[in-house]
Design a protein around this ligand. Structure first.
Ligand SMILES: C=C(C[SeH])C(=O)N1CCC[C@H]1C(=O)O
Ligand SMILES: [Zn+2]
Length: 597
């Protein structure tokens, strides 16, 4: 009878969680070994472990689906069985499984080992994305050099096109084997809402006016700086925005900041001056979490993490990442850290992942995940919103303590955060919009690249510095595309992190909607154990309940909405509108004149 089966099911799922944690630990150790040291042997070992693991997963899955778990009375038991009943990639027959794993690791290896030649010294062809090319895009003000690195990086990644086509075929097969219509539906089921894409579209429509104001202002300033290569009314040339993907504009702050006279020395030079190194950056990030009464990093974290690019000549994947080894104590970050404010923020971002891993480590394995993927990306960023406030930068000595506490200084700080957060939104939106089109078959391999540029020009308002064609494959210039990492999580994160920040700031007594002397953008939750307590409670839930239940614990709300972000940037929005009116800047952009054949 059912109650015996439900009792048996409880015992079964407990063992399955423990067995799966051990298997995930073995898999993750093999992946770490390859990602942190790209060699044929480490790849072979990694493929062997994941193939072995897939076989075990399938055997377990065949037992799991035998239970009539849908009729169990216990919600939690049903939820665990439901999650385990989705087998994932292990559903593929072995040789296709291997082909899929290999196509992804081959694409990632092209990306992680690609090098280009130096524009100013053609004999040096040893420039990697991190740190060399990233630094050039951040600091060069020579449009020809910027064009060179932009085009060359894409030329070196175009060979991923054929591998990507094969990847699309196999991930769609995995989706169908798991009873999803395509990989799009498989990715979206993480958000447990049949209307999630509509919710995202609605939020983007609410945020577009703010983005258009920032875009108009930045285009005006770039035209002042670079002249007619920046048009008055067209999209912004993507290579001039200080970032390989134009997804963050913080590196053009020096000539666009609202009040240059009130701008303190840029934080990066302060960090260099004060002898910051990678370890100090991560220790500072840990200090922030500990100030909220959240956990310290484990000894294994400091022993096993890779916080600076190894200089022993090895090849590795430098894209920053945080790792859970599913044993409750081994948690690591791999980041090729440069001493810069941008990387200081990323350090907080990655440590936010580690914090989440630690907070939910006592959950059953199947719940050791974000409430949705956006939650996982938001944790560290919530801390960074406080760290980036003038109040905090002064408190940790990265901004001169004598800097006056006035609106001009606060507007500069708000502008800096806007160059990161507002600029990102259309990019965070279009990355998966394009991939959903590809997985659903609406975008065929004949128009991968020109559809990509259609979205980039119409949604993000940026254009390539030179004409493009279908032989190019510009999406592969972005890590997440070649590494099979969904991207909607970052758009979701950039919206909900302001809801979390707003709730945390109220708990910390740092923000009061009725008190104009406590606006949201001046809030710093540092040392607020009250805020920390609620954040911890939300994180401890992992994915044990649908994400609105987790959000409700911290914010009292159950919906993703843009009001927190719009409230945070209200003063900047007003200032941008005034500036654009004063400058007669065109709002929005006309179609690009660049070709894509
Ligand atoms: C830092 C990470 C590792 Se989860 C990252 O990929 N991010 C963080 C912000 C957006 C996205 C990107 O770099 O494109
Ligand atoms: Zn992340």
């Amino acid at each position: 009878p059912l109650e015996d089966e439900e009792t048996r099911g409880k015992a079964y799922i407990k063992l399955l969680n423990e067995k799966t944690a051990t298997r995930f630990n073995r898999e993750t150790l093999a992946s770490w070994k390859y990602d942190s040291n790209i060699t044929e042997q480490n790849l072979e070992e990694q493929l062997k472990v994941s193939t072995e693991s897939a076989k075990e997963a399938k055997e377990d899955w065949l037992k799991t689906i035998k239970f009539d778990w849908g009729s169990f009375s216990d919600y939690d038991l049903r939820r665990q069985f439901k999650k385990f009943s989705i087998l994932g990639r292990s559903a593929l027959p072995e040789e296709k499984f291997l082909k899929l794993e290999k196509s992804i690791s081959d694409m990632e290896t092209i990306y992680s080992t690609a090098k280009i030649c130096d524009y100013n010294n053609k004999t040096n062809c040893d420039l990697s994305l991190e740190p060399e090319i990233t630094d050039i895009l951040a600091t060069s003000r020579d449009p020809e050099e910027l064009k060179h690195v932009w085009v060359e990086w894409r030329r070196k990644n175009a060979p991923a096109r054929e591998l990507f086509k094969e990847y699309v075929k196999y991930v769609n097969e995995v989706a169908v084997l798991n009873n999803f219509t395509s990989n799009t539906a498989y990715w979206l089921h993480n958000y447990e809402s049949s209307t999630f894409v509509q919710e995202v579209d609605t939020i983007w429509e609410q945020l577009k006016p703010l983005y258009q104001q920032l875009h108009a202002y930045i285009r005006f300033k770039l035209r002042q700086r670079y002249g007619s290569i920046v048009s008055k009314r067209g999209p912004i040339p993507a290579h001039l925005l200080g970032n390989m993907w134009a997804q963050s504009w913080v590196n053009v702050a020096d000539f666009t900041i609202p009040d240059p006279l009130s701008q303190s020395a840029d934080i990066t030079s302060e960090m260099v001056k004060q002898g910051y190194d990678a370890t100090k950056m991560f220790k500072k990030a840990e200090e922030f979490f500990v100030s909220l009464n959240l956990s310290k990093m484990t000894p294994e974290f400091w022993e096993q993490s890779i916080l600076v690019k190894p200089n022993d000549g090895r090849k590795l994947i430098c894209h920053a990442s945080a790792w859970d080894f599913y044993d409750g104590k081994d948690f690591r970050i791999k980041q090729c850290t440069s001493v810069s404010f941008e990387d200081f923020i990323t350090a907080h971002h990655e440590m936010g992942h580690i914090m989440y891993f630690m907070q939910y480590r006592d959950q059953p394995l199947v719940y050791r995940d974000g409430a949705n993927d956006g939650f996982h990306e938001a944790v560290g960023d919530v801390m960074s919103l406080s760290v980036s406030s003038t109040k905090h930068l002064k408190a940790i000595g990265l901004m001169d303590a004598n800097t006056p506490d006035n609106d001009a200084v606060d507007l500069n700080a708000l502008f800096m955060i806007g160059l990161e957060k507002i600029a990102f939104l259309p990019f965070g939106y279009l990355m998966d919009k394009w991939r959903w089109g590809v997985f659903d078959g609406n975008i065929t391999s004949d128009d991968y690249n020109c559809k990509w540029w259609e979205y980039r020009t119409t949604i993000q308002g940026v254009e390539p510095p030179v004409d493009r064609c279908e032989e190019d494959f510009d999406p592969a210039a972005k890590y997440h595309i070649v590494a099979d990492v969904p991207y909607l999580r970052y758009f979701v994160s950039f919206v909900i992190q302001f809801e979390f920040h707003k709730a945390a700031c109220e708990l910390a007594g740092e923000y009061d909607p009725e008190d104009p002397t406590k606006p949201l953008h001046k809030c710093d939750i540092y040392n607020s154990t009250k805020a920390g307590e609620k954040i911890a409670k939300m994180l401890q839930m992992g994915s044990s309940r649908p994400w609105p239940d987790a959000m409700e614990v911290l914010t009292g709300q159950r919906k993703m909405d843009a009001s927190g972000l719009l409230e945070f940037f209200r003063p900047l929005h007003k200032w941008l509108e005034e500036q654009n009116t004063k400058n007669g800047a065109h709002i929005g952009w006309e179609p690009s004149q660049k070709k894509c054949m």
